[in-house]
Design a protein around this ligand. Structure first.
Ligand code: ATP
Ligand code: LTN
Length: 331
């Protein structure tokens, strides 16, 4: 029998512009993995509405994000690329899995704690159960690997726990997924505050994939660092410079030792613009290609419609199996 190729699922919320963080932590690996795996790459609009979104912006960002995925090098022929809300099985499975998830487990999620502080006036049930929807995304497609940044590790672990629990009660149903986290760039820090994660919902200190070169250069020149001069990696004592070194190495393919040697004795005035230039060159073709693709709305529509159809074919199988196992009457 032909062996099934390993499957990958990942997604990003259209809750803001794609950032250097999401590129280094996630998308770069998606591109690298597309040759060897069967991949589904999603735009998770249902996750985005766990905090308030402007409807027109949300609609625009979903399509722009798809164009940016493609511009980053994801091939819609090789991968299934779609919008989460176009495949209703995600929400259906999430409801079921929510009945196999403990309140205590969700209360421990660090992203929930952080977001409920950020949105103290709007802590919704959706924000709380967000990780259950993420588990549904992953388990619906029997994904083996989930390429994400470090901040999502806890959610993937929870997904495993839910899957294992369900399998234990009803016999093997779900593949147990694993997080796939890059060695370099798994946690890019804010340029304004190198002790906080670079995050698209906090625009200060954030580099966007679509930022023009002069904006990228300005943000890097202003990046917060320490008041020494040596370009040396020391996460404890020099978090700003260490973050810039990580970005430089991830953008150029150099090792930390090579980068330190290249800037020995040169000071931050030379180093910071060099990091900016490396990122400008990395993003330039992506930005240009993305602008081109955005001009072809019919093409983008055909990609997300085909993607949703292909995804749904896989999703109905898992959902049907789950419904049977838990005792729902067949339709
Ligand atoms: P938000 O600010 O809305 O929480 P975000 O900027 O954290 O958004 P997400 O949509 O939550 O971005 O994340 C998209 C993907 O990029 C996830 O796999 C996440 O782990 C990864 N990622 C996000 N920020 C970073 C970062 N600073 N460094 C590395 N990976 C990141
Ligand atoms: N929670 C993720 C986005 C996300 C996701 C997923 C990632 C939603 N569903 C499934 C991987 C697999 C985040 O980036 N904040």
């Amino acid at each position: 029998m032909e062996e099934r190729r390993k499957r990958i699922f990942s997604g990003i919320q259209p809750s803001g512009e794609l950032t250097l963080g999401s590129y280094m932590g996630a998308i770069r690996n998606w591109v690298a993995l597309q040759e060897e795996y069967d991949c589904l790459y999603c735009i998770v609009d249902e996750h985005a509405i766990t905090v308030r979104q402007d409807p027109a912006q949300l609609r625009r960002r979903c399509v722009a994000q798809l164009a940016q995925y493609i511009a980053c090098g994801l091939d819609p022929e090789k991968n299934i690329m779609f919008i989460q809300s176009h495949v209703p099985q995600h929400a259906e499975l999430a409801w079921i899995l929510g009945c196999y998830t403990q309140f205590g487990e969700l209360s421990r999620m660090t992203q929930f704690k952080a977001k409920s502080q950020q949105h103290a006036d709007n802590i919704t049930a959706g924000l709380f159960t967000y990780p259950v929807l993420m588990a549904a995304d992953i388990l619906l497609y029997q994904a083996d690997l989930v390429p994400v940044g470090e901040d999502q590790r806890q959610h993937v672990e929870l997904t495993r726990d839910i899957a294992q629990r369900f399998n234990g009660v009803y016999s093997d149903t779900f593949v147990l997924p694993e997080a796939f986290i890059p060695k370099l760039g798994a946690r890019i820090m804010s340029l304004d505050d190198p002790t906080a994660k670079m995050s698209k919902s906090v625009p200060e200190g954030c580099i966007n994939l679509m930022d023009p070169p002069e904006v990228i250069m300005r943000k890097f020149k202003r990046a917060v660092t320490d008041c020494e001069t040596a370009v040396k990696y020391d996460r404890e004592n020099k978090p700003g410079i260490s973050n810039l070194l990580t970005i430089y190495c991830a953008a150029t393919g150099k090792t930390l030792a090579e980068a330190e040697a290249a800037f020995a004795g040169q000071g931050y005035g030379v180093f910071k613009p060099a990091v900016g230039e490396a990122v400008v060159e990395l993003f330039r073709p992506i930005r240009e290609e993305s602008e081109r693709i955005m001009g072809d709305k019919a093409y983008l529509e055909s990609v997300y419609k085909t993607g949703a159809q292909r995804a749904q074919q896989l999703a109905v199988r898992t959902l049907g199996k789950v419904q049977r196992k838990i005792g729902f009457v067949a339709r």
